[in-house]
Design a protein around this ligand. Structure first.
Ligand SMILES: [Zn+2]
Length: 303
């Protein structure tokens, strides 16, 4: 079978060439080069499994090819955190999540080898995210002592489920499942200022949909947390292994799932709602890589 790596990376593997020879017996050299040229021209079609869009900006993902051979997953670190790696058609890649707080400039991730750590250098460019100024009644901005206690209890539970590295490898699909049908906002990274006070930038993508619209897991994984939280409302967090997690919140209801349950890409997690601190029904979807919230649009075929 012919397997091409996602054309955006402009690469195809030696394995593809081998498999052509294996499946066709004797192929003339000319015929083979024509075939490879044709494959290269059509390489915008992905046959090798999913790769996020390479976007080296704060809130983006740096997809870096690794020279490591063999089956053992490479050990790659960025800012002391282990990084997700995936092998497609024989080539290993690191998916380095770039935090929204990252300043523009030159960075290195580190690839651990027997000879020591080798830098994988890349540059992070600027991205201007939108700013939104809102004036709301102060009771909606300032939490009561009771609410604050609840938030302080819930935050470590949510962060712990999202910012984790489990050396588990799940099969990557050809495409990530869009978690709910609806209008996708491009609101990731939006900087909101309430009554002159800056809040944390928007850490996910909002998908507007009617209450009751099914919410599906984007990828294969395991339930890492399920609960009803002050800000997020009814929430499910799925761990896809190696520091890749997704969070789905403001749900009207969650399915009868518990922490540790296995889910597939497309498994129903719950339904769209307006629970937690929101103004209307929508799905808030967060994607995390190595503890960094990254733009979910890079995982879908939209931006
Ligand atoms: Zn949101």
């Amino acid at each position: 079978m012919l397997r091409l790596i996602n054309g955006r990376l402009g690469l195809y593997s030696v394995m593809a060439k081998d498999s052509i020879i294996a499946s066709h017996g004797v192929v003339s050299k000319l015929g083979l080069s024509c075939l490879l040229i044709a494959l290269f021209l059509f390489s915008s079609v992905s046959y090798g499994g999913f790769v996020p869009k390479d976007s080296r900006v704060p809130g983006g993902v740096a997809v870096i090819a690794l020279p490591q051979k063999g089956d053992a997953p490479p050990h790659v670190f960025f800012q002391k955190k282990r990084v997700f790696t995936a092998r497609l058609s024989g080539q290993w890649y690191a998916w380095v999540g770039l935090p929204l707080s990252l300043k523009t400039g030159d960075y290195s991730a580190y690839w651990r080898t027997k000879e020591g750590d080798k830098p994988l250098s890349f540059s992070v460019k600027n991205k201007e995210y939108q700013k939104q100024y809102l004036t709301v009644k102060n009771k909606h901005v300032n939490l009561s002592a009771e609410q604050l206690t609840r938030v302080r209890r819930e935050t470590p539970e949510i962060r712990g489920a999202m910012d984790t590295f489990k050396p588990v490898i799940y099969e990557l699909p050809e495409q990530v499942v869009q978690p709910t049908k609806g209008r996708i906002s491009s609101s990731f990274g939006l900087r909101r200022v309430f009554n002159g006070q800056s809040r944390n930038p928007h850490s996910g993508m909002d998908i507007a949909a009617a209450t009751g619209t099914p919410v599906l897991s984007a990828l294969n994984g395991k339930i890492a947390a399920i609960g009803d939280y002050y800000f997020n409302g009814k929430t499910v967090i799925v761990d896809h292994g190696q520091g890749l997690t997704t969070l789905y919140c403001h749900l009207s209801k969650t399915e009868a799932l518990k922490v540790g349950d296995k889910v597939d890409a497309g498994t129903k997690l719950g339904e769209v709602g307006a629970t937690g601190r929101v103004t209307g029904p929508h799905l808030h979807w967060t994607v995390t890589l190595n503890g960094a919230r990254v733009d979910p649009a890079l995982f879908l075929s939209v931006e």
